[in-house]
Design a protein. Structure first.
Length: 187
């Protein structure tokens, strides 16, 4: 959502909180969770709803119903990956290692293969609409996190081993000038 708003030229206040701050602020959020967005003085939730809203504001969401469906399918797939990973947070040692290895061997490998298939079916460059959409951005962010090494027991080369075309896709999105500019500002 942040990237969509930024590359779409929509001004917003980007508030990031630390893990410690989250513990303190959690009860002030509608579902005791992030992300949230405040619009008109009301705090709203649900990552995909916020992402679609940002996409519609910025032209990064398809108008065509079928293309919107394809976009939404990818948003949901990535949301499922986040939910699966969240279940491993708080685990430690061998319990975390076993849970993450199970994710890598099962759902994550399957999801990478599905995304690769969806991308190829859509022409190989974008997941829907033949151009950059919020689906591309959400997959891009997820793939970057997989390769970053921040997820203990998730091999950084998982994507290149399972779905190398997705690495090409990620590099293509990263080279898109608006995305590259946004990433540069975060560094």
């Amino acid at each position: 959502m942040r990237m969509a708003l930024a590359i779409g030229g929509i001004a917003f206040e980007d508030i990031r909180i630390s893990f410690q701050q989250f513990g303190e602020l959690r009860k002030s959020f509608p579902l005791n969770a992030v992300p949230t967005i405040e619009i008109g003085g009301v705090v709203h939730t649900q990552s995909n709803a916020m992402t679609r809203y940002a996409g519609k504001l910025t032209g990064l969401y398809p108008d065509d119903l079928w293309q919107a469906f394809l976009c939404d399918e990818v948003l949901g797939i990535i949301e499922d990956t986040s939910n699966a990973m969240m279940k491993t947070f708080g685990l430690e040692g061998e319990e975390m290692k076993a849970a993450r290895e199970k994710l890598v061997e099962g759902p994550y490998t399957r999801i990478l293969q599905i995304l690769d298939t969806r991308l190829q079916a859509a022409g190989g460059e974008h997941f829907s609409n033949g151009r950059l959409t919020v689906a591309d951005l959400k997959v891009f962010v997820w793939l970057r996190s997989l390769q970053s090494g921040i997820l203990d027991h998730v091999p950084t080369d998982l994507t290149s081993q399972v779905a190398p075309k997705l690495v090409e896709f990620m590099n293509q999105v990263a080279a898109e000038p608006r995305v590259a500019s946004y990433i540069a500002k975060l560094a």
